[in-house]
Design a protein around this ligand. Sequence first.
Ligand SMILES: Cc1cc2nc3c(=O)[nH]c(=O)nc-3n(C[C@H](O)[C@H](O)[C@H](O)COP(=O)(O)O)c2cc1C
Length: 431
Amino acid sequence: MTCPQFHLGWFLGNSYGVHGWLDQWGGGTARNWSDPALHMDLARAIDRACFDFVLLEDSSFVPDNYGSSMDFYLKRASRAPKNDPLPLVPLMLQASKHVGIVPTISTSFYPPYLLARLMATLDLMSDGRVGCNFVTSTANRAAQNFGLNDHIEHHTRYEMADEFVEVVKQLWDSWEEDAIVADAAGQTFVDPCKVRPIEFEGKFFSSRGPLNTARPPQGHPVLVQAGGSPQGRAFASRHMDVVMAAVSTVEEMKSFRDDIRARVAANGRDPDKTKIVFQFVPIVAESDTQAQEILEARRAAKDPAEILAAMGSLFDIDFSVFDLDEPLSEMSTNGQQGTFKRFMSMGRTLREIANSFHFAVDDVAGTPDTVAGKMQEMMEEVGGDGFLIAGNLNRRYIAEITDGLVPALQKRGLVRTGFSNAQFRENLLEF
Ligand SMILES: Cc1cc2nc3c(=O)[nH]c(=O)nc-3n(C[C@H](O)[C@H](O)[C@H](O)COP(=O)(O)O)c2cc1C
């Protein structure tokens, strides 16, 4: 089978938070974690390397699941402190020419009118280079920061998300493409016939409209989402341009992609227009042996507490109260459902689970050419549509990927060497 050309995205986990303050290659992040220079350097580098987009993850709470306390998280700068990533967007846009910038917005807490206006503004500022990652948010603590006692039930959250996206799309459509005529002779800047209220009255949201800014250059900024549950997948397949998956094997990748494409088609949409990308954490080094040694060292250094604290904050579960080696009893969550199901299926005890759980394809290690070859094999098997690089952020890792791995992929003709279009969605749809 020949390999389709595929897309590259960068998943900036922990977004505008603290990156590698204890790492050998973390630079000065212990001192200057809120200096946006690192993020702008990332934008510059991935733009040069012809990535399609970077996704800025976000959350809005300080976890206190592990040990029923914030201590574990605060001491390790895990999810806090974390700045709002939205102000990074214009900075990253200015540092780049083509790459799409995708901030994250919670459909459970953000007012749809504000989101529609914010994304329209960013799209207008950048001539069509932004997208939005729609998340429903999973933590009770986040819900409590927005005035709820407990978070909204998982399925209801997706019902709301669906309606949220519907309102936002209608607001973007409330101005016709050619509404701005700027006709000096006729003293008319906007043609009033081309701007209309939407009068949206839903179960969760209502908005009169129209938007008080113009239609975004892309019509709708690129819509992005990652949901593993049936409700998440249904939501994705109704609206999204890009769907992201956190799975770790080729079988899981293939089955996820096949399922989303079938759902997209069932919704009367063209599956080739929804791009499915997979979280990928490659290790790239000077030789295959060296890369394998780094991989082994990482495996040996895995701390179950770190994994259980991180995952506990996604499921609202305090895993510290369970014996690591006792078989686990049935549990449920109102947090991330798809991930929880995968997590619990990894073993009988928490130690087994922590040792075998992977949030990404993260066992590929080698020289740039070895890793490029493995990526080619995976895409041949899965059918498309690309990878989301999700390693820990530092300037050395950025260079390994953009100046090591990407040229090896380009040499094989697997990824783009330039951009044919000015806008983010147009580039996504090029292949
Ligand atoms: C690549 C990727 C990026 C994500 N980014 C965020 C994020 O920024 N903020 C957030 O709250 N959840 C984020 N999530 C979680 C998803 O929005 C969703 O909650 C999760 O995949 C579980 O969905 P499910 O309950 O439908 O299975 C991300 C997930 C993936 C795989």
